[in-house]
Design a protein around this ligand. Structure first.
Ligand code: NI
Ligand code: MN
Length: 227
């Protein structure tokens, strides 16, 4: 059993095979966060790119929990200079078997500058194969790209896609992404954090379910989906 929890924005928890993963932990300053950096637990922290709403509270949470941080080479080097002790660098197209499963970094069309202006490498998404064989694709911040078809060829159980528009895919491109990815279930993220990315996830869900085979699960911040 794998449990996916949406904490608001692009911040998620994945509990699988006894491990707790935290993805893009943005709690401090996140107006829709359902919990806080002080309260959340993690064994591993995954960072998709260098922007402040994704690096977020990583340094504090890694310091308190001792979690290992996984991200691209540039970001984990930068986090090491901030005092993060346990890190694992990967890069796009590269996978590694961690205790929680096989994690591959995928391409993302976005930026990745770190909060102090340091170079943050290239932005990424995550393709996780759990130890019991489930595939979760977390696109994180990206525009639509045609190679989502290739990611879809792997057989996606759960796709986590931004729908907020302005900084990432909006609802129309996210619908096209579902058609390329062909996931069993899709969960929308990166919307309604601020007015700039306000969207109606229910009308998006209706459209996706009318035009594809995917089931859309719309979570409120703090809610979980188990599969
Ligand atoms: Ni971003
Ligand atoms: Mn973002």
């Amino acid at each position: 059993m794998t449990k996916f929890t949406w904490y608001g924005h692009a911040t998620h928890g994945v509990e699988t095979d006894g491990h707790k993963l935290l993805i893009d932990p943005f709690f401090t300053g996140n107006p829709i966060a359902s919990t806080s950096a002080d309260a959340v637990d993690a064994n591993f922290i995954l960072i998709s790119h260098g922007h402040g709403d994704h690096v977020g509270d990583t340094v504090a949470i890694a310091g308190r929990t001792g979690a290992k941080v996984i991200s691209n080479f540039e970001i984990v080097n930068w986090l090491s200079t901030q005092g993060v002790e346990k890190v694992h660098p990967q890069h796009i197209g590269g996978g590694f078997t961690h205790p929680f499963g096989y994690l591959k970094l995928t391409q993302a069309l976005h930026g990745s500058a770190l909060p102090d202006g340091s170079y943050g490498g290239n932005p990424a998404g995550f393709l996780l194969t759990t130890n019991d064989g489930k595939k979760i694709y977390m696109a994180q911040d990206t525009g639509l790209f045609g190679d989502m078809q290739l990611i879809g060829d792997e057989g996606i159980d759960l796709a986590v896609l931004p729908i907020g528009d302005n900084f990432t895919m909006g609802p129309d491109d996210a619908l096209r992404a579902v058609k390329l990815l062909r996931p069993k279930v899709v969960i929308p993220i990166h919307y309604n954090t601020w007015e700039l990315i306000a969207q109606n996830p229910i009308s998006w869900a209706d459209k996706v379910q009318a035009e594809t085979e995917a089931k859309v699960v719309v979570l409120a911040a703090g809610e979980s989906f188990e599969f």
